[in-house]
Design a protein around this ligand. Sequence first.
Ligand SMILES: Nc1ncnc2c1ncn2[C@@H]1O[C@H](COP(=O)(O)OP(=O)(O)OP(=O)(O)O)[C@@H](O)[C@H]1O
Length: 354
Amino acid sequence: MTNRDEVLNILKGFTDPATGSDLVASGMVRALSVEAGEVRFVMEIDPARAQAMQPIKVEIEDRLSALDGVSKVSIVMTAHAATKPPPDLKAARPAEPKGPQKIPGIDRILAVASGKGGVGKSTVSANLAVALAAEGRRVGLLDADVYGPSQPRMLGVSGRPASPDGKTILPLRNHGVTMMSMGLMTREEEAVVWRGPMLMGALQQMLTQVQWGALDVLIVDLPPGTGDVQMTLAQKAELTGAVVVSTPQDIALLDARKGINMFEKLGTPIVGMIENMSTHICSNCGHEEHVFGHGGVAAEADKLGVPLLAEIPLSLNIRVAADGGAPIVVSEPDSAQAQAFRTLARQLITDGNA
Ligand SMILES: Nc1ncnc2c1ncn2[C@@H]1O[C@H](COP(=O)(O)OP(=O)(O)OP(=O)(O)O)[C@@H](O)[C@H]1O
């Protein structure tokens, strides 16, 4: 099917005789829409030139009609007004609300953040989501990590989300969790180089155009660090709070502190910290080892005056389960590791955060 870019490319091939630049660069093409096989736009020109432009208009109509899937081409020529800016179709819509907004149908939004990459934020998000579902909550999981989306793999879902009407996006669902990943909006082999405004637009779409249904809680698995996605989320959506995941190492903690600082500045409540890879229990001999140190996150949480919500052990089974598409909470529900996540979920529900 033809898309907007293809239409624009064709229009760029035509020259505006008055200015010598192409039709798109000259600014005369307005309100272009490509929808259900119909290409529509306005050509804004000086009325004195209307006649001279007529053959160009006809030629454009022929070229666009020949495109794959195009059934109708409507080009309207309007007089350009030198004194008044052209009508901005967007201005007809209600003004965009300022400040963080509640997303209709979603009771709570819980952001899962980490200062540093690879501390297990996605593993915690996936297990927490299925643990909340096991408690009977209606749970959504938004994987907002465009650079390394991992939720499709962790929840064992594949395929691209459908958009039957071209406006709303149908999320995927597994293990009782409704899931959408920003990574599913790009092709797998595509290197993602998204600028701030694109990220902001994509995140906004994920929040408002995905058919989440009625949710008790939407968990947002954020990218690591303190970047555009974190800022946009906190500025656009009314967040119940943020949970910060860290390993006990000093360097991870230092970064976690930065993350907490950012949320405080943005006015997002810190629900608490989670220590991941807290302790390692050897699956052969039962010996307990503190691979990344011990108690670091507890001490830090204490210092910052935020609760330590959970200590999740470093466990081969957690990794294997996550890699296999069935988080440990569903694949080994009776294990101590699964219970750690179930306890965390119950705590969040009790406190009204999930
Ligand atoms: N408690 C744990 N025990 C064992 N392995 C774990 C644990 N938590 C996470 N892992 C493993 O560590 C790796 C990184 O985890 P994960 O992808 O969840 O981190 P992340 O913080 O989301 O990373 P990213 O920065 O890519 O978003 C994964 O292979 C995961 O299976």
